[in-house]
Design a protein. Structure first.
Length: 246
């Protein structure tokens, strides 16, 4: 939506900051481990693993770290009881929040997520009460917002395309990610990232600066938890409000 910044756009902007925090390697390694655990250690036969490795390479994760994460997932590196979990919650203004985490200690992670929500004007929600707000989809971010690129993406199978801040956020069925990415690149369109994510079906518009600041503070706190790999939310904040928050 022109003039607004939905969470997908804000999250993309935060990627460089996350890398500086040193969190990017941890998240990438955990996603590789889970993908390898679920579908095996061969990226040519495991698309989720291939996406996770691409994400790791995008943050300049060393090959040795990638190999260790794969082996951890296949059991060669002591994967133990590592599992992927989803937590549902609400933030200020009733914003729906879906937290993805990878952990070897479910009790610890659950406690940390619950505590973080509570301390930041949010609360945990019952299973299923928030997840329905989101659809699992493939998301491709392209370094252009041209109409030509939008048409290429749609012709290649994209279900939805959103242009924001000079980028295209392309949404598709998870099975179509590879094809759309290949078609875009064959047309000379730079693809910044490709991943499986959760896209909101509806958005909560937040125009009050104080409330918007509280929401962003909560999201930051959740993302800073060691076990959290991704946070998705359905807020929509006007660009001028974001600028005033700083």
């Amino acid at each position: 939506m022109s003039g607004h910044s939905k969470w997908a756009s804000i999250k993309h902007k935060k990627a460089a900051t996350d890398a500086k925090r040193g969190k990017a390697f941890t998240v990438a390694a955990n996603m590789i481990t889970i993908a390898a655990k679920e579908g095996g250690g061969d990226p040519s036969m495991n698309f989720k693993l291939r996406l996770a490795i691409d994400k790791a390479k995008a943050v300049n994760m060393p090959s040795a770290n990638i190999d260790r994460a794969v082996k951890r997932g296949t059991g060669e590196g002591g994967a133990g009881q590592v599992e992927e979990l989803k937590y549902e919650g609400y933030g200020p203004e009733g914003v729906a929040i879906l937290v993805s985490a990878v952990t070897d200690n479910k009790n610890r992670t659950s406690s940390e997520v619950r505590s973080t929500l509570t301390k930041n004007s949010g609360r945990m929600a019952d299973a299923g009460s928030v997840s329905w707000v989101f659809d699992q989809q493939g998301q491709i971010v392209a370094d252009t917002d041209s109409e030509e690129a939008q048409l290429v993406a749609i012709d290649a199978g994209a279900e939805d395309v959103e242009a924001e801040d000079g980028k295209l956020f392309i949404y598709c069925d998870t099975g179509a990610i590879s094809n759309i990415k290949s078609v875009l690149e064959s047309e000379g369109i730079k693809v910044e990232s490709a991943a499986i994510t959760f896209k909101p079906k509806n958005y909560v518009k937040v125009e009050d600066e104080e409330k918007a600041a509280k929401i962003l503070k909560l999201i930051d706190a959740l993302e800073n938890l060691d076990d959290v790999t991704e946070v998705n939310a359905n807020f929509d904040i006007p660009e001028e409000v974001l600028e005033n928050i700083g």
